[in-house]
Write a protein that binds this ligand. Structure first.
Ligand SMILES: Nc1ncnc2c1ncn2[C@@H]1O[C@H](COP(=O)(O)OP(=O)(O)OP(=O)(O)O)[C@@H](O)[C@H]1O
Ligand SMILES: [Mg+2]
Ligand SMILES: [Zn+2]
Length: 150
């Protein structure tokens, strides 16, 4: 087995695999695992793997991901794999793909955008290019730099 320092198996939870090396920390950030979380969490960095040169893996016990979390991960780790663990086994595996539009999870950096006015409007960004990611606000049409919204 090429993979992994030995980490005990998780009973129920999430494994995000095939994250491009170096992006695992950011995935933890996105999931809010830095602070305020009590889940047992492992971040494996620079694991050797056949499919990508080197990868990071994130394992979180007692957590499953919602669509918004998966979409957000897709922005920084496209092609990662989301594994749902139940009773120590992988019961569901899906490839994390960037959707055509991202709704509700990013804030438009344009202060004049209608989504930043008092009346709350849910943000929506069209994914114009996937690699590297280019997003366009559906409301003010500003072209968004990923690092300005994450
Ligand atoms: N109970 C568990 N606790 C912690 N990690 C687990 C558990 N079960 C599987 N994993 C990890 O989840 C990932 C996916 O497991 P799987 O057995 O599907 O491996 P795989 O066949 O290499 O998958 P893939 O084809 O997606 O590379 C691996 O990184 C594996 O180490
Ligand atoms: Mg594998
Ligand atoms: Zn906007």
């Amino acid at each position: 087995m090429s993979e992994e320092l030995k980490v005990r198996k998780i009973k129920d939870g999430t494994v995000i695999d095939h994250i491009k090396a170096g992006k695992g920390k950011k995935v933890l950030d996105i999931l809010g695992m830095e602070d305020g979380s009590s889940s047992v969490t492992a971040l494996l960095m620079n694991v050797t793997s056949g499919r990508v040169e080197k990868k990071d893996i994130v394992k979180i016990e007692n957590k499953t991901l919602g669509k918004e979390e998966v979409d957000k991960i897709a922005l920084i780790a496209p092609h990662a794999t989301y594994n749902v663990i139940k009773d120590f086994e992988v019961i569901n595996k899906s490839k994390i793909e960037l959707p055509d539009a991202i709704e509700g999870i990013l804030k438009c950096p344009n202060p004049k955008c209608v989504t930043n006015m008092n009346e709350p409007v849910k943000t929506k960004f069209k994914v114009e290019e996937k690699e590297p990611v280019k997003l366009r606000c559906n409301y003010c049409e500003r072209l968004i730099n990923l690092k300005d919204v994450l």
